[in-house]
Design a protein around this ligand. Structure first.
Ligand code: URA
Length: 242
C-alpha cells in the first residue's frame, strides 16, 4: 500500500522527455531546439530547464508526464525477494502499483526493513557503484550472546568467506542478543557472513538506514511511500552528478 504523496523535482527537461519516450537524448535536444516544447504555455528551448512539480509540458502538442521519476521507501516484509520476477517466491515489486520500478540494492528474502525502489536507472547506477560506499545500518538479533570483542573485530575489517576482507564496520551492542551494525559496502549476505566469522549467527536482520535515510517507523511491513525532498537530497550526496 502506498502511504502519502510528495513529488520530488530534480530533473532537466530533456531527461523528463526521454523518460516519456520522446526520443533519445539527441532527439529530445533537437525537439527543444526546433520549438516543439511548451511548458505552462511558454516556448522552452533551454535543455537545462529544471522541471517543477506542477509544470504542464507539451511536446508537439501532446501532454507528457512532468513526474515520470519516482523514488520510494518500502518497509520490506520477510518472504519477498528483491527481483522483478521469480518463479518460486513473491517479489517486492509485486507490492508496488507500478511496473517500471526496481530495487536499489538487494536484501535477502528473510531480511526486513528499509528498501528503496525507483524507476530512475541513472540514479541506481551511480548509487550502487562500489566506490560510493553508501552506508547501511542493520538491527541484528543473534543466536549467541554478543561479545564486546566483536566491536574491535568489526572495526578492523573482518574476514568473510575465509579470505575476503570487509571494510571497517561499526558494531553497537544494545544487549546480549541485539546490536546495530553499519557497513559501507554490500557483499553478498555480508552481515550474516560477518557474524558467522565470529562463530555466531544472525537470527533476524532488519535494515533501518540506507544512505543516511532512516526507515519511517510509521510504515507497516509491505507499505511504501515516496521519499521526501530531504531524504532525496541525502541520496544525491552519494552521486557524482548532482
Ligand atoms: N547482509 C545480509 O546478510 N543480508 C541482507 O539482506 C543484507 C545484508
Amino acid at each position: 500500500m502506498i502511504v502519502g504523496e510528495e513529488g520530488i523535482l530534480i530533473k532537466k527537461l530533456y531527461l523528463v522527455m526521454m523518460k516519456n519516450h520522446c526520443g533519445n537524448r539527441k532527439q529530445c535536444l533537437t525537439l527543444l531546439k526546433h520549438h516543439a516544447v511548451i511548458v505552462n504555455g511558454q516556448l522552452i528551448t533551454d535543455c537545462n530547464y529544471i522541471v517543477k512539480t506542477d509544470d504542464i509540458i507539451e511536446v508537439n502538442g501532446k501532454r507528457i508526464d512532468s513526474q515520470p521519476f519516482v523514488y520510494y521507501m518500502m518497509n520490506k516484509p520477510a518472504g519477498y525477494i528483491c527481483a522483478n520476477y521469480d518463479e518460486k517466491y513473491p517479489c517486492v515489486v509485486d507490492l508496488i502499483d507500478r511496473e517500471d520500478c526496481y530495487c536499489l540494492g538487494r536484501l535477502d528474502r528473510d531480511t526486513t526493513g528499509l528498501l528503496l525502489l525507483t524507476n530512475d536507472a541513472s540514479l541506481s547506477k551511480q548509487l550502487l557503484l562500489p566506490q560510493h560506499h553508501v552506508t547501511k545500518t542493520y538491527f541484528v538479533e543473534c543466536m549467541k550472546p554478543l561479545d564486546q570483542s566483536f566491536v574491535e573485530i568489526f572495526k578492523d575489517g573482518i574476514l568473510i568467506d575465509k579470505d575476503i576482507k570487509c571494510l571497517p564496520a561499526q558494531l553497537e551492542i544494545i544487549d546480549h542478543y541485539h546490536c546495530y551494525v553499519t557497513i559501507s559496502e554490500g557483499k553478498y549476505h555480508q552481515i550474516k557472513k560477518m557474524f558467522l566469522s565470529c562463530h555466531n549467527q544472525v537470527v533476524s536482520l532488519k535494515r533501518i538506514e540506507f544512505a543516511n535515510i532512516l526507515l519511517d517507523s510509521k510504515l507497516s511491513l509491505g507499505d511504501y511511500r515516496p521519499l521526501t525532498k530531504d531524504e532525496f537530497q541525502k541520496l544525491k550526496e552519494f552521486m557524482f552528478y548532482r
